[in-house]
Structure formats: structure tokens, C-alpha cells
Design a protein around this ligand. Structure first.
Ligand SMILES: Cc1ncc(COP(=O)(O)O)c(C=O)c1O
Length: 304
């Protein structure tokens, strides 16, 4: 990791290398933290953070689901994000706000501990990677079942959700794939390890409903709105594993991944094994929106 700029910790910008926590921090032991992943784009009109209010809404919703008493308001965290990006000197970056039960009392019950908040940002270019949006990812249907809301609140973007996702990702990589696709306990397609998923069949774009267990992705919502604004539509329906294998195209969406093509699932080639036309068009439309060249979606950008 390139150490760039400063990290905001509970109201102060500290040098990157000094942003440390105590080893008895509650969240380190019991996964009691929530976070966001946000992108700032270098647009022709200056740096702009993509859908910042929506990320802030999800951040505070996640905190609520873990009974966190936030010592900062939504506006204060929003301002702190802008301050941290400015302090980084980066024109484009990935931004990671984090709230966690901190150091104080050890034991399972977190609520006596103060909720600490930090914000870091760094360079994260995804498009060039093997599994990135240009070349297309090879995905493995995971043998790990996606955990669901019967066990913990899955609409919280919580660290505790990601042990399950990391196991799936590691299994995929160990088997020579780039990414995992997770099924839920009913065998329906939920999502990737850190992305939502879409399938194109006979020119119809489909995605699992949120009830299948995927995160309510902000990129997922953006892509659906872009498609609708351009006169198309997306069908939300439960998808079987078969729907993956027989798809003409598959793509995944996420803040880090943006719009990423999937060209293989298990040993099955998707379509002709190359990125499909719908995915290619969407990648371009999404980038136009994120870079502010599509005027219709300018309200989604917070210029800093
Ligand atoms: C499990 C999971 N699903 C989906 C997504 C996509 O969400 P978003 O588009 O808001 O980044 C993410 C990324 O944050 C994720 O971690």
C-alpha cells in the first residue's frame, strides 16, 4: 500500500503511518465494526466523490444496526471525508470510512466502549487487474453459503459479513479463479464476494432481488437507474446457478469493481468467453456518469 496523505481519526488528521489502534480494540476481537467504500473520480471539472450522501446514509444505517452511538453527525463525517481527500493530494482515490467499537472494556458486549471513527483514502485502480473490468473475470460458484439476515443484519456493511466473503474469495483464488459467486441457503444466486451481480439473457438484464441476500449496492442502484434513464429496464428475480451457466453475459457491480465483466463461471464459458456488448456499453455509460460527462447524473457528484 502506498502511504499517501493523512488519515482522519476521531476528528484529527494524523500521518498515515501513525494511524494506529490498541491491540485490545473490541472490533479486532469481535468484528464489531462497520465501514463504507467510496470512490472519488478525477473529472474534467475537478475531483468529485460519487454518491457521497447515499454512502453516508448506508454508513449510518449500518451503525444503527450495530447499536453504535456515533460521536459525529452525518454532516461531520461528510465534511471529514472531503477534508481527508483534500489532505491526500490525490485527484482520484478510494475512500474508506470506518466506525468501530474501540478500546476500553474487553468481553463480548461492545456497548460500553466508545465508537471510534476513521477515514482513510488511497489509490485503487481496478481496471487493469486480471479480474478487472477490461479483461473479464473467471468466477467460481463458492462452496461457502452466503450468510443471511437470520444470523446478522446483512444490510449493514459490517466487517463481520466479510469473513464469509473472504473465505469464498480465497477459495476461488486457490482454485485458479479471479472471484467467487455466492449462493444463498436456498441455492439462489446472491452476489459476488464484494459485488452485486447481473445476468443478460436474450437482451434482458436481470439481477437477484435484495431478498436473495446481496448488499444494497450503490453501484447496483446506479446501474439500474442509468439503464432506465436510457430507456431500458432490469428485471429483479431469483437466479439459479443454471442462469449463470446459460447467460449470454454476466457482469458485476461495486464501488471498487465498478462494472466488471464475467467471462467464465466454473468451467463454463459465458457467451463467447469475451466481454459482451451490453456490459461494454454499460461500462462506458457508468464511466460517463462517474466522470460527470453525462450531465443528467451530475447531482450524483460531490465536487471537492
Ligand atoms: C458484499 C458486497 N456486495 C456488493 C457490493 C457493492 O456495493 P457498492 O456498489 O455500494 O459498492 C459490495 C461493495 O461494497 C460488497 O462488499
Amino acid at each position: 500500500m502506498q502511504e499517501t496523505g493523512k488519515i482522519w481519526m476521531n476528528g484529527k488528521l494524523v500521518p498515515f503511518k501513525d494511524a494506529k489502534v490498541h491491540v485490545l480494540t473490541h472490533a479486532l476481537h469481535y468484528s464489531t465494526s462497520i465501514f463504507e467504500g467510496i470512490r472519488c473520480y478525477d473529472t474534467p471539472k475537478g475531483s468529485a466523490i460519487f454518491r457521497l450522501p447515499e454512502h453516508m446514509d448506508r454508513f449510518f444505517k449500518s451503525a444503527k444496526l450495530y447499536s453504535m452511538k456515533m460521536q459525529f453527525s452525518k454532516q461531520q463525517v461528510t465534511d471529514a471525508i472531503i477534508e481527508t481527500v483534500k489532505a491526500s493530494g490525490l485527484k482520484e482515490c478510494y475512500i474508506r470510512p470506518l466506525a468501530y467499537y474501540g478500546y476500553g472494556t474487553m468481553g463480548l458486549t461492545p456497548v460500553q466502549n466508545k465508537v471510534d471513527v476513521s477515514i482513510a483514502c488511497w489509490e485503487w485502480k481496478m481496471g487493469e487487474s486480471k479480474a478487472g473490468k477490461f479483461s473479464g473475470a473467471k468466477c467460481k460458484v463458492s462452496s461457502w453459503i452466503k450468510i443471511d439476515s437470520r444470523s446478522q443484519p446483512m444490510q449493514a456493511k459490517a466487517a463481520s459479513n466479510y469473513a464469509n466473503a473472504a473465505l469464498a474469495r480465497m477459495e476461488a483464488l486457490d482454485n485458479g479463479y479471479d472471484e467467487a459467486i455466492m449462493l444463498n441457503s436456498s441455492g439462489k444466486v446472491a452476489e459476488g464476494s464484494a459485488e452485486n451481480i447481473f445476468v443478460v439473457k436474450d437482451d434482458v438484464i436481470q439481477t437477484p432481488p435484495l431478498s436473495a441476500g446481496g448488499l444494497e449496492g450503490i453501484t447496483r442502484d446506479s446501474v439500474i437507474q442509468i439503464i432506465e434513464e436510457n430507456g431500458g429496464f432490469v428485471i429483479e428475480r431469483d437466479l439459479e446457478r443454471d442462469d449463470l451457466y446459460s447467460a449470454d453475459e454476466i457482469f458485476m457491480t461495486g464501488t471498487a469493481a465498478e462494472v466488471k465483466s464475467v467471462i467464465q463461471v466454473d468451467k463454463v464459458k459465458i457467451g463467447n468467453g469475451k466481454m459482451g456488448h451490453v456490459t461494454k456499453v454499460l461500462q462506458k455509460s457508468f464511466l460517463d456518469v462517474a466522470l460527470g460527462t453525462d450531465e443528467r447524473f451530475l447531482p450524483w457528484l460531490t465536487f471537492i
